[in-house]
Design a protein around this ligand. Structure first.
Ligand SMILES: O=C([O-])CC(=O)C(=O)O
Ligand SMILES: [Mg+2]
Length: 231
């Protein structure tokens, strides 16, 4: 890995990222053909946040948060810090002190493939964090890594400046070039789900609304009475 700090990468338009975040991760993920989800391993440290931001990426050595310090300086309002390590680590490499430094820079939150600590304080501060682990284990500041280079988390490529969305359902990435298309498709999906919700409230069944009865038949699923089944 090239040990480098890249400055001022181009970013998705933050107004559009904010609008996209409002749709929620599940809706945008579905709207984009079930793409971009970083997986169920990243969980919110506290529930109830729904945010979006432009990615500032960090590659750190496991057990070492030197490059997070370097990344803080690169953060601009509207950014969201995305941290990964060169090999898996659950150490608590981020906590309320980092969150304090990021909050004053207008950073929306943190997504990390490693661990965080100070969760009570993070909650109190209202700084949203998604992580793979919570751990009191402390870390050193000793090894070079990279800031603002493309990274992969949960099989998803995150390029600096991409839109990262996060809520109680998890985290997803929308490539910078796809944000406009994602907005259009998410709005269409929202409207479709609103219509479905109204229909379900009126008692319509998914089996009929989605035309699934022929599918069941085609798959050879039988209807039996309880008696026929032997209950
Ligand atoms: O300082 C550290 O190593 C991580 C931490 O606990 C904080 O940011 O508060
Ligand atoms: Mg701390």
């Amino acid at each position: 890995m090239r040990t480098v700090i890249v400055t001022n990468p181009p970013r998705a338009e933050i107004e559009k990222v904010d609008k996209l975040a409002e749709y929620g991760v599940a809706t945008v993920h579905e709207a984009l053909g079930r793409t971009g989800f970083l997986g169920p391993g990243l969980r919110p440290v506290h529930l109830g946040s729904r945010i979006g931001g432009t990615a500032v990426t960090v590659v750190s050595w496991p057990g070492d948060n030197l490059m997070i310090h370097a990344a803080v300086e690169q953060c601009r309002p509207g950014d969201l810090l995305v941290v990964t390590t060169t090999s898996p680590s659950t150490d608590g490499m981020f906590g309320e002190l980092f969150a304090t430094a990021l909050q004053v820079r207008g950073v929306r939150g943190l997504v990390t493939a490693a661990g965080v600590r100070d969760v009570a304080e993070l909650h109190e501060m209202g700084f949203p964090v998604w992580s793979a682990a919570v751990s009191a284990q402390g870390t050193v500041k000793a090894t070079a890594g990279a800031v603002n280079v493309p990274v992969t988390i949960g099989g998803q490529l995150i390029t600096p400046g991409d839109a990262v969305l996060a809520d109680d359902d998890g985290v997803m990435v929308v490539p910078r070039a796809d944000v406009g298309r994602a907005l259009e498709k998410s709005q269409a999906r929202l409207e479709k789900e609103e219509a479905t919700r109204r229909a379900f409230r009126d008692g319509e069944l998914g089996l009929d609304r989605y035309g699934l009865r022929p599918k069941l038949e085609e798959l050879g699923v039988e209807y039996l009475t309880a008696e026929e089944y032997g209950l």
